[in-house]
Design a binder for this molecule. Structure first.
Ligand code: C2E
Ligand code: MG
Ligand code: MG
Length: 625
């Protein structure tokens, strides 16, 4: 149990103790008055009021706002308060214990025993305080019984000692139970680090404190890179051991000053101590993170495996800002994701530019809901050519013609739609519009061999995906057209089980449609996944095509992809073909289909139609959108 819990618990007990002292105290005055000992009782009650007032001041203290030193001072005062208040109860016991004629001594003995029970209940969380207080209460009682100097007095004093033992024993048990409960509620069972709940609670307190003390601190959010691969390839047992080893490295590195917690999965956080305004907190955080990252990257030896890990770290400063804890965590999270996006194994400090981007994302997120309603989602069609430079297909590409932002490209809003879940509605809309266009073209004599539609991961795995495709295709497409549909998915679908992917794909394929692996080579598909996936086409990512002639490695990459495709009997599409040289290289190496600005940019439906008719007549692709 940590100090803050003890302090919290103790603070709540102060009020109860004040009540338990002042109200029964009045009865003592009355009893004193009835038995002619009112003056000592009044003096005693006066002292009780003073001590209770002192206790009240401690009770109303906002513990969230005070720093470590003040907190220790507060605790010392609380200890003093409890000593004084129980000391006063012993005092009244000593005063009344002698009043045997008026039988007040019975009441004194009873209250002293009562006070001991009260003390063992309310001070149970603090062993250091509880033990001396109990002695203050019980020793005079034992002494009193002994001093009677009669056989029953000795019996009572032995009983009192036994009673003291029972109280100590039972409170020790309760203490252990409370400690265990607190521990479980605040710790992560796997690593023994603090859990998310404790972390959020702690950071909230820290923010309150910092607002008041004007100090600075920082929070670090650490996410291991590709941890899922360890779990998937070596099993969860090893994965758990890695997490334990990582947790140990972090705590060893951080020492006692920092608060380390595991938020869940492979995500850890570190909260720094509080610094004065004069130090450069950001610099400290960065240097701290760099060294930590180095430590985390040292090899792990787990069950005969040598494992190498890296991590992405997001840093956010805390101080001088009036926002809640969740924002600080969220901002650190954004910084961490930025580190991931920049290639992982890195450190990013949350900054104004990121904040601005987040703001814009939020704006886009908010307005995207209305994009469909306002009819602002439009489709573009980029032609695809075969080796004889005939148009054989198109790729459908979405745009958002927003009244607020102008024309937005998919990269600017698809990831946001994915995150919010709007991709389902948006994706279904795109598919339906695309199906309608294809059917319309068939009727107009624009005959294509294939028709590619991009599908995002979340959309692909949504429970309604296959049913929706079935419904829409039956509504808009005849059997011939259905066979032309190719759904482009990226390697990110491989985050799910192969069985699940194959089941979903097979269902769609039973409708006559097929699949293409988009942006191939940028993700992490393995040879075995290529063999297992029921796909018909590979699309070589435009980043390789774009660097043809610049890097030999990209040429090698392309020839390798093309040979792989041959092995697995897959059709190949090169995207992003921008020049004659690129086209020639791809053609020479056996690529089947070509798409890119060299032939045509993506075109609106109307422009594509004009382009198609012109092209079929003059065979010269010179159209620019
Ligand atoms: P993608 O599927 O790889 O699409 C190809 C992207 O390359 C398109 O960008 C296209 O305009 C661009 N491109 C084509 N030829 C060239 C070229 O010669 N040079 C260069 N530099 N670029 C070329 P766009 O339209 O901005 O789309 C970006 C990505 O957004 C797409 O990449 C796809 O992943 C996603 N996307 C587009 N439409 C949809 C959609 O309807 N649904 C979903 N889920 N994602 C979509
Ligand atoms: Mg695509
Ligand atoms: Mg692509």
């Amino acid at each position: 149990m940590n100090k803050l819990n003890i302090y919290d618990f103790l603070q709540k007990q102060i009020l109860m103790m004040i009540g338990l002292s002042l109200f029964p105290g009045v009865a003592y005055i009355i009893l004193g008055w009835l038995n002619n000992v009112v003056y000592p009782a009044l003096i005693w009650y006066g002292l009780m009021v003073i001590v209770s007032f002192f206790g009240w001041k401690l009770y109303i203290y906002d513990l969230r706002l005070i720093g470590k030193e003040d907190l220790s001072k507060w605790y010392r005062s609380v200890t003093l308060y409890f000593y004084m208040i129980f000391g006063l109860w012993t005092l009244i016991f000593i005063l009344y214990a002698d009043e045997s004629e008026s039988h007040l001594h019975y009441i004194a003995i009873f209250t002293q025993l009562g006070a001991s029970v009260v003390a063992s209940t309310i001070l149970v969380s603090d062993k250091k305080l509880f033990f001396p207080v109990l002695l203050i209460l019980m020793v005079p009682l034992v002494g009193y019984f002994t001093l009677i100097d009669e056989w029953y007095g000795y019996v009572l004093s032995v009983f009192s000692v036994i009673f003291l033992g029972v109280l100590l024993y039972s409170s020790e048990n309760s203490y252990r139970l409370i400690k265990e409960n607190y521990y479980q509620a605040q710790h992560d069972s796997l690593t023994g680090l603090y859990n998310r709940r404790y972390f959020v609670d702690y950071i909230e307190r820290m923010i309150n404190r910092i607002e008041y003390s004007k100090k600075f601190a920082y929070v670090l959010l650490i996410d291991l890179d590709h941890f899922k691969t360890i779990n998937d390839t070596l099993g969860h047992d090893i994965g758990d051991k890695v997490l334990i080893a990582v947790a140990k490295r972090i705590t060893d590195y951080c020492g006692k000053d920092h608060v380390v917690s595991r938020l869940g999965g492979d995500e850890f956080t570190i909260l720094s101590p509080e610094y004065d305004e004069s130090v450069n907190c950001q610099e400290i955080a960065y240097v701290f993170s760099e060294k930590l990252l180095q430590r985390l990257k040292e090899p792990y030896h787990i069950d005969n495996h040598n494992l190498y890990l890296s991590a992405s770290i997001g840093i956010n400063g805390i101080g001088n800002v009036d926002i809640g804890s969740r924002h600080f965590i969220k901002e650190a999270d954004i910084a961490m994701y930025e580190a991931k996006e920049q290639g992982r194994d890195g450190i990013i400090i949350f900054n104004d530019e990121l904040a601005q981007r987040v703001k814009q994302h939020l704006e886009i997120e908010r307005k995207l809901y209305f994009a469909l309603k306002y009819d602002e989602i439009v489709l573009s069609y980029q032609p695809q050519f075969d080796a004889n430079e005939n148009i054989i297909g198109v790729e459908v590409l979405v745009r958002w013609d927003s009244r607020d932002f102008g024309l937005l490209m998919p990269n600017e809003f698809i990831p946001i739609a994915e995150k919010t879940g709007l991709i389902i509605e948006l994706g279904n809309f795109i598919i339906e519009e695309a199906f309608k266009t294809l059917q319309e073209w068939e009727e107009k004599g624009i005959i294509l061999q294939q028709y590619s539609i991009n599908i995002s991961v979340r959309q692909f795995f949504h429970t309604s995906f296959t049913d929706e495709i079935e419904r829409l295709s039956k509504k808009h497409l005849n059997e011939e057209c259905r066979k032309k549909i190719i759904f482009e998915v990226t390697e990110t679908i491989l985050i799910e089980d192969m069985d699940k992917i194959v089941t979903a794909m097979d269902k769609i394929r039973s409708l006559g449609m097929s699949f293409s692996m988009d942006d191939f080579g940028t993700g992490y598909s393995s040879l075995s996944s290529l063999r297992e996936l029921p796909i018909e086409e590979l699309k070589i990512d435009r980043s390789f095509v774009g660097h043809l002639g610049e890097y030999e490695s990209d040429e090698l990459m392309i020839t390798t992809i093309l040979s792989l495709a041959k092995i697995f009997d897959l059709q190949t599409v090169a995207e992003g073909v921008e020049s004659q040289q690129q086209y020639d290289f791809l053609l020479e190496n056996g690529c089947n289909i070509f798409q890119g600005y060299y032939f045509s940019r993506p075109l609106s439906q109307k422009k594509f139609e004009v382009y198609y008719y012109q092209f079929m007549k003059v065979q010269k692709p010179l159209f620019e959108d």
